[in-house]
Design a protein around this ligand. Structure first.
Ligand code: ZN
Length: 344
């Protein structure tokens, strides 16, 4: 989800119309589906044993995958400079991490990953940026030369966590303390890199025309913040893609999801190239996500309620659910495959 504050404001705005609790990206259910598929695939494997030992306390990937979104509950007091965790009743899934030691662990991670990436004025603090990239839909894949990528985007973040799990130090600006923290963030980011709107982005002019940010000088005003600034009525386009249908939640989808995940081929090439390949795959999925959408003129540019209205084609929700299903299955399979590559 990006950015958190904007979304909280939006969700407060739509609270009356929305019965479900506010969701984090994928929402908690989506991340749990990814984690649970990987847990099942790793049962009775060496990697599975390593995962349980590192996470400890009976924590599964299904639970661990929620941690980086729960850590977004850490706030900084701008007067004192102190960090503290704010418990929110809207995120009951974060309860396992809200012990005294658990809160301390989240505060520590956020503090270490706050501003070493030198966020621009219109960007979020570093650890929130670790969840996504914003590759233009005009591209056919992820490359670090493109606008919307960085040394602290979701691909870089997966590789940083991977380095720590292989016994190395995370490259700057990342500061990952240990293998437990690395595994918790990895389980989450592998989910995020499969959410098409966490990787593919549309850039729009003030009149709602598609703009290619890699062609000519880049105008930051064309950023739609991963679709967070695109509104289908009161609902954000990014949020719609984060939210999964009940049929894809762990309780209804796990056995079908695991069966499908067993058929996902292992990514080719060196393990360190996998995250970029998965991001390229998500860019292609984002092409489907943006197909048939039409955008109106930007409303309130530069202001709090800045957005572009979108009109979705007939059958869009059904098409979206099909892409979500395929992406969740791939994410679960690939998380397990990556961990098995580390611990064969
Ligand atoms: Zn995320």
């Amino acid at each position: 989800m990006k950015p958190l504050l904007r979304w909280i404001m939006v969700s407060m705005f739509v609270a009356g119309a929305c019965a479900a609790p506010v969701a984090l990206a994928w929402n908690a259910q989506g991340h749990q589906t990814v984690g649970a598929i990987a847990d099942s695939l790793l049962a009775r494997t060496h990697a599975g044993t390593e995962v349980s030992t590192i996470l400890g306390g009976g924590e599964t990937l299904q639970i661990a995958s929620l941690w980086p979104d729960c850590a977004k509950g850490v706030a900084k007091n701008n007067k004192t400079g102190l960090f503290h965790f704010v418990v929110s009743p809207r995120f009951p899934e974060c309860a396992p991490f809200q012990t005294a030691a658990g809160k301390e662990a989240m505060v520590s991670f956020v503090k270490r990953n706050w501003d070493a990436c030198h966020p621009a004025a219109d960007e979020e603090v570093c650890h929130k940026q670790y969840h996504y990239a914003d590759v233009a839909i005009e591209r056919n894949g992820y490359a670090r030369s493109e606008i919307g990528t960085s040394d602290h985007d979701v691909v870089s973040a997966i590789n940083a966590a991977l380095a720590v799990l292989r016994g190395r130090t995370a490259p700057a600006p990342f500061d990952i303390a240990n293998k437990q923290e690395a595994l918790r963030v990895l389980a989450h980011y592998v989910g995020d890199v499969h959410q098409p709107l966490h990787v593919g982005a549309i850039y729009l002019s003030a009149t709602g025309q598609e703009v290619d940010p890699d062609a000519g000088p880049f105008d930051r005003a064309t950023k739609t913040q991963g679709g967070n600034l695109i509104k289908d009525g009161a609902s954000g386009l990014h949020h719609e893609w984060d939210t999964i249908p009940a049929s894809l939640e762990v309780s209804s989808f796990l056995s079908d999801g695991v069966a499908a995940a067993r058929h996902v081929p292992v990514t080719s090439g060196a393990v360190g190239t996998w995250a970029a390949q998965w991001a390229s795959d998500a860019v292609m999925a984002s092409h489907t996500a943006f197909q048939g959408l039409s955008f109106g003129t930007e409303v309130d540019p530069g202001k709090k309620k800045e957005h572009w209205p979108v009109t979705e084609p007939t059958g869009y929700a059904v098409a979206r659910a099909a892409v979500q299903k395929a992406q969740l299955v791939k994410a679960g399979a690939r998380l397990a495959q990556l961990l098995q590559a580390i611990w064969p």
